[in-house]
Write a protein that binds this ligand. Sequence first.
Ligand SMILES: Cc1cc2nc3c(=O)[nH]c(=O)nc-3n(C[C@H](O)[C@H](O)[C@H](O)COP(=O)(O)O)c2cc1C
Length: 363
Amino acid sequence: MIFEKYRLKGRLLKNHIVFPAVVCFGWSVNGEMSERRLEHYRQIAKGGAGLIISEASAVNPDAMLAESQLGIWSDNFIEGYEKLAGICHAEGVPVTVQINHAGIKSVTGEPLVPCPVPSDIPGRAKRANERARELAVSEIRGIEDQFTAAALRLKKAGVDGVELHGAHGFLLSYFLSSVTNKRGDEYGGSAENRARIVTNIMKKIRSECGGEFIIGIRYGGATPALEDGIALAEIFEDSGCDIIDISTGALGEAVPVPEKYVEFNSCVYTAIEIKKRVSIPVIASNSVGTIEKGKILVDGGLTDFAAYARNMLADYDWVKKTERGKESVRCLRCRACRWFTRAFDDCPARKRGRRQSPGIPGN
Ligand SMILES: Cc1cc2nc3c(=O)[nH]c(=O)nc-3n(C[C@H](O)[C@H](O)[C@H](O)COP(=O)(O)O)c2cc1C
């Protein structure tokens, strides 16, 4: 049942509701934690989520998805994450941190230096960034070490684990998909090879951070087909992954959703199918939107968790209020928060504090 407790690697979660990674655009510089962010996470933790996955944090200063995102590329960031862990734990909420290399979408670094991508591929992805070039194996190994070092810092900071960002067109997602990864070496070809950067990172993190540290991954359930998403899930499970969070992959691929699951989108549908094939917990995310849909997923045993991002951005207390049957401020699905600029500052639902709005749930 969605509001029942859940045990994840020794941590007791209040419920099966996840606040997924959401970058607070514009809220800090140089990758540093800010007081505003800490207060934001305090409010989310108070609001009743069972698990918080803190926003994408860059493992390398030259691989940021936004200049105002968080960083975890040096020990200087440990203190900020200690505060974050303390804030979440004070409210009884475990917190993991999403770690990322922005790959082709990097906005930082020497502009004349090509952004690293797994393959020098033609078509849409190449046009997205003409600077793209293929990574050397030695560079890939270096990136694996950057992820591992980031995880170790977070472990030192007292956070509960990490989520590798293998979705949304960032570096790891480009490795995972056969559309964007055309390598002919050990990092390309079969699903095992395409997953190798991730499985190497998982194994290295496990060895450095120990058995109790939560290792998760967010990736596309259709990468590009559902069969690929399933194959990858099985590989991740075998490589020590503790939790899988399904979203969109390198190029945002989607698969048709059968009529049976017509209320859900491709991300949620692929999460349902992947859940059938692994024994580790699976998070369904992306436009779950309503508690009714969350209950279909969790109470019905279709997935282990339901994630709600914008519901909690519009109303920090969405979980508590919903559990008590109280009305909450509803996300208008206006997408103002998605402009990669000013975070939720422009959220009209939030600004007006509307208790009843024409929001379209599940959009
Ligand atoms: C402002 C904003 C920032 C986001 N940042 C991230 C991120 O750092 N990492 C990530 O994997 N997804 C990110 N997302 C996607 C969300 O985690 C989530 O998948 C998406 O909002 C759909 O879920 P929802 O319908 O419950 O809002 C972001 C979404 C928004 C609106």
